[in-house]
Write a protein that binds this ligand. Structure first.
Ligand SMILES: Cc1ncc(COP(=O)(O)O)c(C=O)c1O
Length: 398
């Protein structure tokens, strides 16, 4: 294509070469894939069977997943997905509810909206390392937020949380813990947070934003929503660990703490979700990823990804680039590489810190290529040759 993609896609300039535009998009994405190690989407699962068989019509899961009405919907798959997530998280069977969302942000919005309806006037505590969707949502729902300090490794500072809870003790507390912070994949300690909330006199809700690490930590048994955990709601993304080819996620909330809205007469469905129409294809894609791999398959994917992350960390350190990671993490944190490297490898960067994420599907070859580019960039431009005895005697420089 000789014209720019923007010009070629311009809908006011007929004729449009539709095939060329689509080809161009695919070629651009293919070309970028080799160096895409900075963002958290798994690339190892082939879900084309779902796209081919279901991708040509509208599947609309409007309303609650428990509804039966409508013509073409995948609510039966959505219910199976929600049950799998809830079982994997050990959520009590009699006290669980959830649905398939558009992604982590909608899940956080749905959970925080439910928490706020339950605890009017609550202050919402979130760490400085929390995802940017949290303060945005608080503005949307009109809830006052309290920022809690985070340590350099991304984990919440519990002493600061305790001090802030005490300061606002007259108000109910909604705490957002993160399981897999965006930059360092830190996991906040929900048991410590819960013990602080148990002392909070005005009532409390504990929400976990587990967009990235929810599935791997649940498969490890490190993240549980059983009665002992005291976690009231959780958000998990679908396009991250499950690598669905469309953004999506799930939100799970204790059924007993939800406040009910009404029934919509014209659709004959319960109004329990943030959006009206909902993507039935997303539910089918998540269902397919789970059905074709099972718990063991996904646990193995997580193990392999962590192994590659450990390898990447060691290789970077070996070439003199000080990288580190949390032991459960796919994310490797490193000082932002110099420009030739950061131009070729689009990394997520926050000031002088960047990260790569060894999601399932990222290969050792990609890591080796990245490390070798870093090594080349940091190596002295002119490596002095060892001076021979005769040259050093004559004073010749190399
Ligand atoms: C911790 C965390 N929460 C929420 C989100 C938002 O997810 P989404 O982009 O699916 O809305 C992200 C995305 O990167 C995230 O890392």
């Amino acid at each position: 294509m000789t014209r720019s993609l923007t010009d070629a896609a311009d809908l006011s300039s007929a004729p449009i070469d539709v095939a060329a535009v689509l080809d161009h998009l695919v070629q651009e994405a293919d070309a970028a894939a080799a160096t895409s190690i900075g963002f958290p989407g798994a690339v190892d699962l082939d879900q084309s069977e779902v796209m081919v068989r279901l991708g040509t019509r509208l599947w609309n899961n409007i309303g609650d997943p428990r509804d039966e009405g409508g013509t073409a919907h995948t609510r039966v798959l959505e219910r199976a997905v929600i049950a799998w997530f809830a079982d994997t998280l050990a959520m009590p069977p009699t006290d669980r509810w959830g649905y398939v969302t558009t992604g982590g942000t909608e899940g956080n919005l749905s959970a925080l909206n439910a928490a706020q309806r339950r605890l009017r006037k609550a202050r919402v505590y979130y760490s400085a390392a929390a995802h940017y969707s949290i303060p945005k949502i608080l503005t949307m729902i009109g809830a006052p937020g309290v920022v809690v300090e985070a340590h350099r490794d991304g984990e919440m500072d519990y002493a600061h949380l305790a001090a802030q809870l005490h300061r606002h003790r007259r108000f109910p507390a909604i705490v957002v813990a993160t399981a897999g912070t965006t930059m360092t994949e830190a996991v906040d300690d929900t048991a410590r947070i819960r013990s602080l909330l148990d002392e909070h006199p005005a009532g409390a809700h504990l929400h976990v934003d587990a967009a990235l690490s929810g599935i791997p930590l649940a498969l490890d048994g490190r993240l549980r929503l059983d009665d002992a955990a005291g976690i009231d709601s959780i958000t998990i993304s679908g396009h991250k660990f499950l690598g669905t080819p469309t953004p999506c996620g799930v939100v799970l909330i204790r059924d007993s703490i939800r406040t009910r809205r009404g029934r919509i007469a014209y659709t004959g469905t319960d109004d329990t979700t943030i959006t009206g129409s909902r993507c039935g294809l997303a539910a089918a894609l998540m269902w397919y990823a789970i059905a074709t791999h099972g718990r063991e398959g996904h646990l193995w994917r997580a193990v392999q990804a962590r192994r590659l992350a450990a390898y990447a960390t060691a290789e970077l350190i070996a070439v003199g680039w000080p990288a580190w990671r949390h032991d459960h993490a796919f994310t490797v944190v490193l000082p932002t590489p110099p420009e030739p490297v950061s131009k070729k490898w689009p990394l997520a960067t926050d000031g002088d810190t960047s990260h790569i994420i060894c999601m399932p599907g990222i290969t050792q070859g990609q890591i080796d290529a990245f490390v070798s580019d870093i090594a080349a960039a940091v190596a002295p431009k002119c490596i002095p040759r060892p001076r021979s005895a005769s040259k050093s005697r004559t004073g010749n420089s190399p």
